[in-house]
Design a protein around this ligand. Structure first.
Ligand code: AMP
Length: 635
């Protein structure tokens, strides 16, 4: 069996790791470097630079240098109109077309650009191991949706790799930290602040199996944002000293950004750095002493914005910080002392010495109070090492250990009245399957539209539309056709939807490959909005359900009235007409923008209609009984 490599395809950096002699290690490139900047430079006609050489081109030839490309993976052009993406390329394509990026007279997809990074990692691994590599495990942020996961698989294929498994980054990190050696039922938080993404996940160890209890995060938050904040601060200083506006000059901006990031990194171990930018213009050199305190003042708000996600993940997992055993830190940005302080404070961690090899596990670990902040692993390498461990498990070299991930958002389908019917709730462990039987709401409907939705909102229209397809069946009165719908999420997080007409066994299976209609920042916004709109959503659901029941009664009553109009006494008829009007008016008064109305009033009017139709119902029952008796020859 050929070796499987583990790849951390990061927003700012990528790494490749492998298991050798039973141990995972990160592979260095020809220059002895283990972190490959996720930067690609194309120069005409066909020269491609990847990593550090491409990084250098960022300030010299920014138009042909692609970075943070992970942010664009699996997106459609229309996603970008609503997405604040900070990638400075010319984006081609319109509407539902996949994003393509202009370069010279050619255009490239994000997958093609990512594939260049993967090709380099593959080549580094082959040079180091002395064998051809064709299989890989690649990690993605927990928030990646179907389209983004599929784009990652595609990038692997373009690089000549079979992607054996897509693994969520926090799950890989926990493996690398060796947390499977903790006591049973240990609970762990993985706080991952990288260059471009933030994830917080809560895991539980159960019979040697990692289970992700909850995951939260922001796919558009990371070290880059801190750099950006510092750049803005420096831009103001530069402007005040020289009236030079670097924000409008890409090549100067790139130089300042590089200096800002370097200063930020140095301030993790030093208390002051001198930011020196000689000859920004022939007449102007800039230099500024930046203190750690000042950097913390500039960036505190960005770091604090991760706090709410931490608490939401805990609450989704039905846990409090004190229930956790460990909090592990992943991602280069967690080297910043302020990040460690904040995380330690939020999770009420007890003091912990960050000496590698000092993880206290098993029985010698007695928690005084609060979880342990575990910083024993190199935060840049943990994910790649975990990917290698997963690769080792797949190729059989490592003891079997099942990995369970969770779905970041609920999956469901649209039902009558435009409501979201959840089949697989958010934070379900994957792989998973769930199904339900649905019927028709209209007589003689020839088919049913399966509208696949992802999200946390009560109304279909507020969720993501992942796709639609139609299943046909024999026409029959409403409620008679029965269609079983099953959702299955495979180990890679890809959704397969099956719809089967129970009567004929006719079925359709659709893999949800299409890009979603909303940008990836919307994933996180979705969860926030569901909390924000919880009250309004519940009201809308109650309204729609009440309205549907009332409409059923209206239909039945109208039919009864027309069939038995002459037999019904005047008083009953008037009172039914009056009650009907009352219900119809309330339904008509629905506010179209919120799809909501007066639930208690409608319920009351519906009850009054029920009461008013009693004589009609009695009459109908009487006639039906007579007809039946007559039919059977009993009268
Ligand atoms: P990652 O995506 O995990 O490679 O994280 C990269 C991010 O971590 C970048 O924004 C880096 O600037 C940042 N970073 C790396 N090392 C340090 C450090 N020592 N102190 C602060 N930030 C760092």
């Amino acid at each position: 069996m050929s070796k499987i490599i583990g790849i951390d395809l990061g927003t700012t950096h990528s790494l490749v790791a492998v298991i050798e002699a039973g141990l995972p290690f990160v592979i260095a490139d020809a220059d002895g470097l283990r972190l490959t900047p996720s930067v690609v430079h194309f120069s005409a006609p066909s020269t491609v630079l990847v990593g550090r050489p491409a990084q250098r081109m960022r300030s010299i030839d920014p138009q042909h240098t692609f970075y943070s490309i992970k942010r664009l993976m699996g997106l459609r052009a229309s996603d970008l109109s609503t997405t604040e993406h900070r990638v400075a390329y010319t984006v081609l394509g319109e509407g539902a077309q996949p994003v393509r990026l202009a370069y010279g007279d050619r255009s490239l997809s994000p997958e093609e650009i990512s594939a260049e990074i993967l090709k380099k990692l593959k080549a580094d691994a082959e040079a180091s191991l002395g064998e051809t590599i064709t299989r890989a495990v690649i990690t993605v942020p927990a928030y990646f949706n179907d389209a983004q996961r599929n784009a990652t698989i595609k990038a692997g294929e373009l690089a000549g790799l079979t992607v054996e498994r897509i693994v969520n980054e926090p799950t890989a990190a926990a493996l690398a930290y060796g947390l499977h050696r903790l006591n049973e039922k240990s609970k762990i938080a993985v706080y991952d602040l990288g260059g471009g993404t933030f994830d917080i996940s809560i895991l539980e160890l159960n019979e040697g199996v990692f289970q992700v209890l909850a995951t939260h995060g922001n796919t558009r938050l990371g070290g880059d944002d801190l750099d950006q904040a510092l750049v803005r601060f420096l831009a103001k200083k530069i402007l005040s000293e020289s009236s030079l506006d670097i924000l409008t000059q890409p090549s100067l901006l790139a130089r300042v950004r590089e200096a800002a990031e370097l200063a930020k990194i140095q301030l993790s171990s030093e208390s002051t750095v001198e930011i020196a930018l000689p000859f920004l213009t022939p007449e102007f050199s800039f230099s500024f002493p930046l203190t750690r305190d000042e950097l913390e003042r500039i960036t505190r708000e960005i770091i604090s914005s991760t706090r709410a996600h931490c608490f939401r993940a805990l609450s989704d997992a039905h846990l409090e910080a004190k229930d956790l055993d460990q909090v592990i830190l992943v991602g280069g940005q967690t080297r910043m002392p302020l990040v460690r302080e904040c995380v330690s404070e939020w999770f009420q961690c007890r003091d912990f010495e960050a000496t590698p090899g000092s993880i206290r596990i098993g029985s010698d670990y007695h928690r005084a109070e609060g979880p342990m902040l575990n910083t024993s692993q190199n935060p840049d390498e943990a994910i790649a090492l975990g990917a290698a461990i997963q690769a080792g498990i797949l190729s059989g070299g490592f003891k079997d250990m099942l990995l369970l991930d969770v779905t970041p958002l609920s999956l469901g389908l649209e039902t009558l009245g435009g409501l979201m019917n959840v089949l697989i709730p958010r934070n379900s462990s994957i792989p998973t399957k769930a199904g339900e039987v649905f019927s028709t709401g209209i007589d003689h409907q020839p088919s049913m539209l399966i509208h696949v939705l992802q999200g946390e909102r009560e109304r279909a229209r507020d969720n993501w539309s992942l796709g639609r397809f139609v299943i046909e069946f024999d026409r029959a009165p409403k409620g008679v056709p029965r269609v079983g719908v099953q959702y299955e999420i495979d180990a890679n997080g890809v959704l397969h939807v099956l719809a089967r007409d129970i009567k004929t066994g006719r079925e359709k299976i659709v893999e949800m490959k299409s890009a979603v209609d909303v940008g990836d920042e919307e994933v996180q916004r979705m969860v926030e909005e569901s909390v924000e709109h919880a009250w309004e959503d519940i009201n809308a659901r109650r309204w729609i359900e009440t309205k549907l029941r009332a409409q059923e009664t209206i239909l039945a009553t109208r039919k009864g009235l027309s069939d038995y109009r002459d037999e019904l006494d005047e008083v009953s008829r008037t009172s039914i007409e009056h009650a009907l009007l009352e219900v119809e008016n309330l339904i008509r008064a629905e506010d179209p923008s919120t799809q909501s109305g007066e639930v208690p009033a409608l319920k009351k009017a519906h009850a009054q209609l029920d009461e008013a139709t009693q004589p009609l119902a009695d009459l109908m029952m009487d006639r039906a009984t007579t007809a039946l008796l007559r039919q059977r020859g009993l009268i």
